[in-house]
Design a protein around this ligand. Structure first.
Ligand code: NAP
Length: 542
């Protein structure tokens, strides 16, 4: 239905909009319509990126029936020009023609870049504003700077929503965006988000700082902006519709952090136990950036991973004796007055799965490695009365740890001559595509093998151990146990271990299938799934 010129578009109000808008992009109108059709059932708010289409103007009549068939869905039409970071090669006048036609086809909202608004006559702009709800946008693909200036320029033009999209080059850029939203969202209807991997905080927490909605990708691989999170993740893992002022913020901090499964596991635990909390992946490139963010957001607790487990100690007000002894902290609690307290739950992650299978007093345990995880194992197992041995690629480091933890150092050449109750792999050998083993088959003289690597579920070392009928303890058990202790420290509630194990298992299965599809022959896919299932069975038994 064409809106006659001179009628006024019903103004879109924030309370009518869901918090999550899913971006749909395709260069072909049939695919775009099909994708939109398949998404509308779960997503009543879609942005159609008309600029991805080769002929957007010609395609619009086809989208009209889509809009008419789904009167409960709010559609945004966007036709961003290439100079503004979109795909549309046409002129400002051509963009205007597309947006006008989109309004006439029934799109309730159109999105126009500030530079386009600046290039139009005010009569052209108000005529479009009369036909459809209007979003004026500004995108900065490099930084999060000059938000006030950009916003001042935008508010010269009539719009229903002002959308500022910047790029986070640090975690603190999210704080800048959220403070900006807090300061301005009472006066204007705003949308604010930081792009980039480090913009995750603003994508989840922006809505509680005043962003009327946020954007999500249709699926992984269908992102229309860097760092966009799939809509199902925002909804199911981060529970975006529930985030409010009272939501406590937790996160895992590390660098790099792209493959972490901690958000999947801890968010599932919070959801299961009805804790109003959200847990984010915080890719911090420096400790200074992290600490500024922790205090400004404020973050209630952190899981700390490589390379910050030692560096974080200097920022702690206090820590438990074992953490001090080990010299590494993987869990932080922030008190109401902003002070940080440290714990080490890696110890429980190693000790608990072993105690469930044996008495540790007098057990002969060989630890391979002398890094953070090996330190947790050495001090934790020694405290339980085990007879601990260490071997390490760089002997002086292993010898130093052995001295500090008051355990024995073994030369690599002597391992094959010894018998152990447990061998623990505390090196990254076997992790993420590494097909090697830190030990040779003849060195595996042990009843149990505990491989701390949990991704992939089946490492070469584990395969070698199974072939020798050695009982395997998968790294997944440590991952779930250390996360469970973190949950208990933060929430004061018992951790839902079964749920945590289940969601991590499912996530590993998905990753294994995707990896198999990407790199291997179909025949190898079932094997990848089986390996994860074996690991998950072990977790369920605990
Ligand atoms: P880290 O502090 O970096 O220590 C790594 C250790 O592995 C060092 O002793 C290093 O020896 C040794 N190493 C590295 N590459 C090696 C190689 N190619 N061959 C032989 N030794 C090698 O790491 P971390 O934090 O202790 O983590 C170690 C492993 O435990 C990682 O795979 C990690 O994923 C796993 N982990 C698992 C969990 C879990 O929840 N399942 C939790 C924590 C850690 P040098 O001294 O010679 O450098």
């Amino acid at each position: 239905m064409r809106v006659p010129s001179g009628t006024y578009a019903p103004r879109i109000r924030r309370f009518r909009l869901p918090r999550l808008c899913v971006a749909v992009a395709s260069d072909d109108i049939a695919t775009m319509s099909e994708r939109a059709e398949s998404l509308v059932r779960d997503n009543p708010f879609l942005e159609l990126r008309l600029d991805y289409l080769s002929q957007p103007l010609a395609a619009l009549p086809k989208l009209k029936s889509l809009i008419e068939t789904h009167p409960d869905v709010t559609f945004i039409a966007t036709c961003r020009r290439a100079v503004n970071g979109g795909k549309f090669k046409g002129s400002v006048a051509a963009e205007l023609a597309v947006l006008r036609r989109a309004a006439d086809c029934g799109f309730p909202l159109v999105d126009m870049e500030l530079q386009t608004a600046e290039a139009l006559k005010s009569s052209e702009l108000s005529e479009l504003y009369d036909r459809a709800g209007m979003i004026i946008s500004h995108h900065n693909f490099r930084s999060t700077k000059h938000l006030h200036e950009q916003f001042a320029a935008m508010t010269k033009y009539p719009a229903d929503f002002y959308k500022l999209v910047s790029t986070a080059t640090s975690l603190h850029d999210n704080v800048v965006m959220m403070k900006f939203l807090e300061a301005n969202s009472a006066k204007h209807e705003m949308v604010g988000v930081c792009m980039g991997e480090q913009g995750i905080i603003s994508r989840v927490l922006g809505v509680r700082a005043g962003s009327v909605f946020t954007f999500g990708a249709a699926t992984k691989g269908e992102e229309t902006a860097p760092g966009q999170v799939p809509a199902t993740e925002l909804r199911d893992i981060y529970r975006i519709e529930m985030v409010d002022q009272a939501t406590q913020v937790y996160g895992v901090v590390g660098d790099p952090l792209s493959h972490t499964l901690s958000p999947v596991m801890l968010n599932a635990a919070f959801r299961r136990e009805s804790v109003n909390a959200v847990y984010l992946a915080l890719h911090a490139k420096s400790m200074k950036d992290l600490l500024a963010c922790v205090h400004d957001i404020p973050i209630r607790g952190l899981s700390v991973t490589m390379p910050y487990k030692q560096e974080i100690l200097a920022a702690l007000e206090n820590s438990d004796p074992l953490t001090r002894q080990i010299g590494a902290c993987n869990t932080v609690v922030r008190s109401a007055d902003g002070k940080l307290y440290g714990f080490n739950t890696d110890v429980a992650g190693i000790v608990v799965p072993l105690q469930q299978r044996m008495s540790l007093a007098g057990a002969r345990v060989l630890i391979v490695g002398a890094g953070g995880a090996a330190r947790a194992a050495a001090f934790g197992l020694k405290a339980k009365g085990a007879e601990v041995f260490i071997v390490n690629r760089t002997p002086p480091k292993g010898q130093a740890l052995a001295r500090q933890a008051k355990v024995k150092y073994l030369k690599r050449a002597d391992i094959a001559k010894q018998e152990f109750d447990v061998i623990i792999n505390a090196t990254p050998v076997g992790m993420n595509g590494n097909k090697h083993s830190p030990l040779e088959e003849k060195e595996l003289n042990t009843k149990f093998l505990f491989d701390l690597v949990y991704n992939p579920a089946e490492t070469r070392l584990i395969t070698m151990a199974r072939a020798k009928n050695i009982q395997v303890i998968p790294g997944l058990e440590m991952f779930v146990q250390q996360g469970a202790r973190q949950f208990e420290i933060w929430s004061g509630k018992p951790a839902p271990l079964a749920e945590m194990g289940y969601v991590v298992t499912k996530a590993l299965e998905r990753q294994a299938t995707q990896a198999a599809e990407a790199h291997e022959t179909p025949a190898k896919r079932p094997a990848a799934g089986k390996a994860v299932k074996k690991a998950s069975k072990a977790v369920r038994r605990t």
